[in-house]
Design a protein around this ligand. Structure first.
Ligand code: BTN
Length: 337
């Protein structure tokens, strides 16, 4: 699966403010005229936008000889902040950012049902009723991000299980790009570091008999929480990228990398199918070769995880040497002996 290579963007939907931010981010100092050229507006209008950005929390230095310099960008999520420098043509181009929301999945679904375009992304800093897999709730750990994306793949509903694995591999790449650490993939779609979860993925499907109308890809990222921010009941199972990388992570950089890597993986899937995703998932997995205990509905399966098949299902060799295929469930990795 290819990593993302910056491409010439498709239709340019960036506002002047986004263009100004992107230009400020690229240069250490940039003249007013160069900003005006980048944004396609007059120099007088640049000054108005600089003021607006300062009111939003950006610290921008101005010097008569050198022009402008972005000293500090606020860490909160905004369409302008995410779009500045974003190298996608589909994912995140239509973008909604909220400080707090019940669940990004709920808003994405309601927008999707009203016909929102493929690639629409809903981002929130906090969720009051976040949803996890298998009917569980998902707690918002402070300083993280919740993301929901609308995908409309032209494929049949039986291919839906490919998407959480596709997302897992793309997210592992995004984390390694921005944070310099590789999370391990636990089947089907948890990203763990040091045995604790940093990212959870929930894929929900809306389909007719033979075609998918939408996949809502929900991603919960534990980014900048410090140890004391993690609720005690989650401390043994959850961690954050900041704790693991040993430094604060730029959330906007991570969101951009997430959208870019997901788009690259999605395009590769549309061209080449699940094969390359399956290989990439296997490369970064921490499940295969391990003793596992899987609860799927009322059944518990124990054995050694040996492979994932072309449907993304897990193949497990039981203690009775029987090879079973598990298409959904919660995997517990047993301690290595
Ligand atoms: C899991 O159980 O591991 C999956 C958690 C998925 C949480 C994300 S956060 C963004 C989106 N909105 C939700 O309500 N849930 C998903």
């Amino acid at each position: 699966m290819p990593t993302v290579t910056p491409k010439t963007a498709g239709p340019d939907m960036s506002s002047p403010k986004t263009q100004i931010l992107a230009a400020l981010r690229r240069a250490s100092w940039i003249s007013g005229q160069a900003l005006a050229d980048a944004a396609g507006i007059s120099r007088a209008a640049i000054w108005k936008h600089i003021h607006a950005l300062r009111r939003e929390g950006y610290t921008i230095q101005a010097s008569s000889g050198r022009g402008y310099r972005l000293e500090h960008a606020p860490d909160h999520l905004s369409p302008e902040g995410v779009h500045a420098g974003l190298q996608t043509e589909l994912l995140g181009r239509n973008l909604i950012c909220r400080r707090s929301i019940d669940s990004t999945q709920n808003l994405a679904k309601s927008l999707g049902r009203q016909g929102a375009p493929e690639g629409t992304a809903v981002l929130a800093e906090n969720q009051t009723q976040g949803r996890g897999r298998r009917g569980r709730s998902w707690a918002s750990i402070p300083h993280g991000v919740a993301v929901s994306l609308i995908l409309r793949p032209k494929t049949s509903p039986d291919k839906a299980p490919h998407f959480p694995l596709l997302a897992g591999t793309a997210l592992a790449r995004a984390v390694s790009r921005v944070c310099g650490i590789w999370p391990g993939l636990k089947w089907p779609n948890d990203l763990l570091i040091s045995g604790r979860k940093v990212i959870g993925i929930l894929a929900e499907l809306e389909a007719e008999m033979d075609r998918i109308s939408a996949i809502y890809l929900g991603i919960g990222l534990n980014i900048n929480a410090e140890a004391e921010d993690i609720p005690p009941d989650l401390a043994s199972v959850a961690t954050s990228l900041r704790i693991q990388a040993g430094r604060k992570i730029d959330r906007l950089d991570l969101v951009r990398a997430l959208l870019e890597e997901l788009e690259a993986a999605y395009y590769a899937y549309r061209l080449q199918g699940f094969g390359p995703i399956r290989e990439a998932w296997k490369e970064h997995n921490i499940t295969l070769g391990r003793q596992v205990r899987i609860s799927s509905g009322r059944e518990i399966i124990t054995g050694t995880a040996v492979d994932i098949n072309e449907d993304g299902a897990l193949r497990v060799r039981t203690e009775e040497q029987e090879l079973v295929t598990v298409s959904a469930g919660d995997v517990q990795l047993c301690p290595a002996v």
